[in-house]
Design a protein around this ligand. Structure first.
Ligand SMILES: O=C(CO)[C@H](O)[C@H](O)COP(=O)(O)O
Length: 261
């Protein structure tokens, strides 16, 4: 893919609040701070997209707590993974799906990378397809991260861009993806199951595999890159969430920042 210029940042407004300066917070504590801030946007009677990952988990715990306390009522949650489904069930959050509720009021989810235009990389937790399906139906999509997730450009963390592929001839698809991004020094690797058999592929909630793409350089025009990947029949979805986030909440040692698009 050729390098192309990025569109100007479309941040319309932002606000921040400070934390006491003497505190040294762990990454998980920062995730929790961002998550709790996001839950301030949740109101009774909302249909909510429930994200996946260690940051979203804090938000879902908080929603469950507020429901239990009666401070939120009549919430319907739409989970983005089986893991989140189980967590929400354990918290007695009423659940549904986008067949029944095709328009959501709000979704809250973490991200692996956030670029200056609030484009995201998601899916290192393996749930990118359901996340994209559900978060694409939301009126508002609130992304919650600690500051380590902020990058200058997609791929800038040096970590993977995940792509969900059908298992059939996955090597063929992986080779096609490497070829597509050869100018960016792309290396494609099949994700291996971290929990169980070390040699078995990681299998998504949808029965697919994940190919992780590693880049040496900026891939340039994200939309063009995404469209090119989706033209391969074996590709189900990629982990770039372009122009989807409406609010970004970043927690750092300096405080919490909220940016609206
Ligand atoms: O996209 C995701 C799962 O598919 C997660 O939102 C992403 O991996 C961030 O995870 P964490 O909050 O644990 O850092």
């Amino acid at each position: 893919m050729a390098l192309a210029s990025k569109k100007p940042t479309a941040i319309m407004s932002s606000s921040s609040s400070s934390l006491p300066p003497q505190l040294i917070l762990t990454q998980d504590e920062l995730k929790k701070i961002a998550a709790y801030k996001a839950v301030e946007f949740v109101e009774s009677n909302m249909v909510l997209g429930l994200g996946t990952g260690s940051t979203a988990k804090h938000a879902i715990d908080r929603i469950g707590e507020l429901l239990k306390q009666g401070k939120l009522t009549n919430i319907i949650g739409i989970p983005t993974s089986t893991k989140t489904h189980e967590q929400a069930l354990s918290l007695n959050i009423p659940l549904s799906d986008i067949d029944t509720h095709p328009v959501l009021d709000l979704a809250i989810d973490g991200a692996d990378e956030v670029d200056p235009d609030m484009n995201l990389v998601k899916g290192r937790g393996g749930s990118l397809l359901r996340e994209k399906m559900i978060e694409g139906c939301c009126k508002k999509f609130v992304v919650i991260v600690d500051e380590s997730k902020l990058v200058d450009y997609v791929g800038g963390s040096g970590l993977a861009l995940p792509v969900e592929v059908v298992p059939f001839c996955w090597k063929f698809t992986a080779n096609k993806l490497e070829e597509l991004f050869c100018d960016a020094g792309c290396v494609a690797r099949l994700r291996i199951n971290a929990d169980g058999n070390k040699n078995a592929p990681y299998v998504t909630d949808n029965g697919n595999y994940i190919i992780d793409l590693y880049f040496k350089k900026d891939i340039g025009d994200l939309k063009a890159a995404g469209d090119a990947m989706l033209r391969f029949a074996g590709v189900v979805e990629h982990g770039m969430f372009i122009d989807m986030a409406t609010t970004l909440i970043v927690a750092s040692e300096m405080g919490v920042t909220v940016r609206h698009k």
